[in-house]
Design a protein around this ligand. Structure first.
Ligand code: PBG
Length: 330
């Protein structure tokens, strides 16, 4: 990279007017870049606030429909479903996870019937159904890998049968992507895409999410034996390479803002569709400061999302999605 010296080069020349600044803007943010994570629950006419996620609600399915319609009309291409499972359906054996009639699968069918063009993404992990809050089966205190993968495949197939467009394995078990891809091909779901949570770190920024899905009080221990150590960059890149080799169509880095270096490295090394998840704790931080009047909510929202585009991401999962799309439309 070369640059002339001052005064031949004056960086401020191109910052002088709005039109000049716009003309040389390198990255852009559009509703097309957004995936909206939504919490769903059983019941009727319920929009239940979540204390640690201001302005995010758990929606009963009748309330999900108008919310999805609004997002769709704003140009958001996909929503991602996260179930708040009734406490009585959380067991050590997690069979509700692959019940064709579970809350998520009912929601998928309903959404695809109403808005066929809105993409529906799901999460594959056992935590919303597990009595102990873990993403995999716990046997004698150990989160067992291979047995969990078998269950995750059943869970993913049930979601594909219900009509899901994109499956998001978020569990970090080894071998899940290959097993899921093989099963999808074998069961006639060749066009169902996998967006792998490939570089998912063992992060404390997931706290509010665990409140939202009702897993906080249940989680015994932590997820350090399956999620990536936040200190490790090369391991994250190996995880991405492995998931791509096993058949992931798209990959995700998670959390987002504290891991932008990983986003950039993934895009540069693999050149594949790359997403980041601006997770619950990141959203909560910004919202808490905004509610105190310390930050300008819409400005930090847009700036934080632009940082993902600058870091090479094709898109972002964010709880801000409808608000961003609204702000961009105005
Ligand atoms: C479940 C899952 C988690 C998130 C998405 N899927 C939580 C976890 O791994 O404990 C976190 C999302 C967020 O914090 O917004 N496996």
């Amino acid at each position: 990279m070369t640059s002339a010296y001052f005064p031949v080069a004056r960086m401020r020349r191109l910052r002088r007017t709005r039109a000049l600044r716009d003309m040389v803007q390198e990255n852009g943010l559009s509703p097309r870049d957004l995936i909206w994570p939504v919490f769903i629950r059983d019941g009727h006419a319920i929009a239940e606030p979540i204390a640690s996620l201001p302005e995010v609600e758990r929606l009963s399915l009748d309330k999900l429909l108008p919310a999805a319609e609004k997002a769709h009309k704003l140009g958001i291409p996909a929503i991602c479903l996260f179930p708040y499972t009734d406490q009585s359906l959380r067991t050590e054996t997690c069979e509700e996870a692959w019940n064709p009639e579970n809350l998520t699968n009912r929601a998928i069918r309903m959404l695809k019937a109403e808005f066929p063009e809105l993409m529906v993404m799901t999460d594959i992990a056992l935590d919303p159904y597990n009595a102990n809050g873990h993403d995999g089966f716990v046997v004698n205190g150990e989160i067992v890998n291979d047995e969990t993968v078998e269950a995750l495949v059943k869970m993913g197939l049930a979601q594909a049968d219900a009509g899901a467009d994109i499956l998001g394995p978020s569990d970090m078990m080894d071998g899940r992507i290959g097993a899921l891809r093989d099963a999808l091909e074998a069961q006639g779901h060749k066009d169902v895409a996998i967006l792998s949570y490939a570089a998912k770190f063992a992060s404390a920024f997931y706290g509010p999410f665990r409140d939202a899905v009702g897993a906080s009080g249940r989680l015994v221990g932590d997820k350090a034996t399956y999620q990536i150590n936040p200190a490790n960059r090369e391991e994250a890149l190996r995880c991405v390479a492995r998931d791509l080799a096993e058949g992931a169509d798209m990959v995700m880095v998670k959390p987002g803002m504290p891991y932008l270096d990983i986003c950039r490295a993934v895009k540069d090394q693999f050149g594949q569709p790359t997403f980041a998840y601006q997770v619950s704790g990141e959203y909560a931080m910004l919202m808490a400061a905004a509610q105190n009047g310390w930050l300008d909510r819409d400005k930090v929202m847009l700036e934080s999302l632009m940082s993902f585009k600058r870091a090479g991401c094709d898109g972002v999962l964010t709880y801000f999605a409808p608000r961003v799309a609204q702000a961009l439309a105005e």
